[in-house]
Design a protein around this ligand. Structure first.
Ligand SMILES: Cc1cc2nc3c(=O)[nH]c(=O)nc-3n(C[C@H](O)[C@H](O)[C@H](O)COP(=O)(O)OP(=O)(O)OC[C@H]3O[C@@H](n4cnc5c(N)ncnc54)[C@H](O)[C@@H]3O)c2cc1C
Length: 374
């Protein structure tokens, strides 16, 4: 069978793969996205929807800058997607609030943000004591010790974002091949043969953005991707009257009125199910923060798997052994969607790598390891 030829083939149609593919198509290259099937693990369809910067990169300043840079680009990214597709990603950036039940936790988190701010003056935040929090968020419980607010944070509707990216990709001449899991990638004389159920593809460049399946695919281009799943569970309430103008890490109200409650972090392998214990803990934290939620009805709940590297930082790497093969991995694909489209894609299309990207190669896994960064 003759292989269909493209400039770039992207393995994986989650938020990482689609943002990169759209960005590459905007550079005028012929791009195809091979996506998995309905039973594949898909973090892009099960996440919390935060565009979050606050607290990230405490031990890796480039990650703090990378996250902030994406958050700053998100407004223009969403506006362009809307112009091209008519789809509103629901992006808002009123600043994000991290809530604390105990004074000691608030102090420790405040000290961490302050240490980041000292190293990067563009990172800003405000510490809110109990009274200041209640003034800004009247629905917050008086049992909370306080909060941290940062203007860099926001939220978006991840499903509309994915839909917008798909439509924009197609409108730019890109090709989307669903139920077309990449089985094998074979480097051949500076190009790549890609084996899929629908037949072979061939490309000058290949991008591995297959989420958890990158652990299997990356060695085919001589990159080691030590990733593992980390489950998060999320619950959604019925639609409620607006009561929360800011996203928080545990509760956020969507533009439609429903409220997302999250989120757990469980090391349970590839089990993306739900458990009563985690749901009960999520509900307790949400009710503690916003007592009115005690009366809200839960209408949906799910578990989904994050894609974690050992230190929690992303990986962006071009294979040394097989130039033209790129690997993209992260656990904040909503937050980073704008830099993936605006900065990572032009690099993959042949441009210079964005500043700060050197911090995110797999070489760091061969050096002595740090504790996880998030
Ligand atoms: C519970 C939870 C909450 C989260 N909350 C947030 C948040 O608030 N903010 C944030 O920024 N991020 C959040 N994330 C992370 C975010 O969802 C991911 O970073 C994002 O979805 C990008 O993932 P991805 O595209 O790498 O992988 P996925 O979304 O998992 O996509 C991988 C895609 O590749 C396809 N695929 C798999 N194998 C192959 C193959 N061999 N060939 C072709 N295609 C293949 C799959 O079908 C899938 O479509 C959260 C994640 C979870 C699980």
């Amino acid at each position: 069978m003759t292989a269909r030829g493209f400039d770039v083939v992207v393995a994986g149609g989650g938020l990482v793969g689609m943002a990169i593919a759209w960005g590459v198509a905007r550079q005028g290259l012929r791009v195809a996205v091979c996506d998995g099937d309905d039973i594949a693990f898909r973090a892009a369809r099960g996440n919390f929807g935060l565009v979050w910067v606050q607290g990230k990169g405490s031990r890796c300043l480039p990650y703090a800058r990378w996250s902030r840079c994406s958050s700053e680009r998100w407004g223009a990214f969403a506006a362009q997607l809307q112009r091209e597709t008519g789809v509103d990603c629901g992006f808002e950036r009123p600043g994000g609030i991290e809530l604390f039940e105990h004074e000691a936790e608030l102090e420790a988190a405040g000290a961490l943000l302050e240490s980041l701010r000292r190293r990067d003056a563009a990172l800003t935040y405000e510490a809110l004591d109990r009274a200041a929090l209640r003034k800004r968020v009247p629905a917050a419980s008086e049992r909370l010790a306080g909060a941290l607010w940062s203007p860099h944070d926001g939220h978006a509707n991840p499903l509309y974002t994915l839909r917008a990216l798909l439509q924009a990709l197609l409108a730019s001449g890109g090709v989307y091949l669903p139920r077309n899991t990449v089985r094998e990638i074979r480097p051949r004389a500076g190009r790549f043969e890609i084996d899929t159920p629908a037949g072979p593809l061939e490309a000058a460049r290949v991008v591995l953005a297959a989420g958890l399946d990158n652990a299997r695919l990356a060695p085919m281009v001589d990159v080691h991707a030590p990733i593992s799943p980390l489950r998060g569970q999320i619950m959604v309430t019925e639609r409620l009257a607006p009561f929360l103008a800011y996203p928080t890490l545990v509760v956020r109200q969507t533009q439609e009125g429903s409220v997302l409650l999250g989120d757990s972090a469980e090391d349970v392998g590839f089990d993306d199910g739900q458990t009563r214990a985690a749901m009960a803990d999520i509900a307790r934290r949400a009710r503690t923060a916003f007592p009115a939620l005690a009366h809200a009805r839960i209408v949906r709940a799910w578990g989904a798997l994050r894609i974690m590297t050992p230190d929690g930082l992303p990986v962006y790497e071009e294979s040394r052994a097989h130039p033209g093969a790129f690997v993209a991995i992260c656990h904040s694909g909503v937050t980073l969607a704008a830099v993936h489209a605006d900065l990572v894609a032009p690099w993959i299309a042949g441009g210079a790598p964005p500043a700060d990207l050197h911090a995110f190669t797999t070489a760091r896994f061969t050096a002595p390891q740090d504790a996880p960064h998030v």
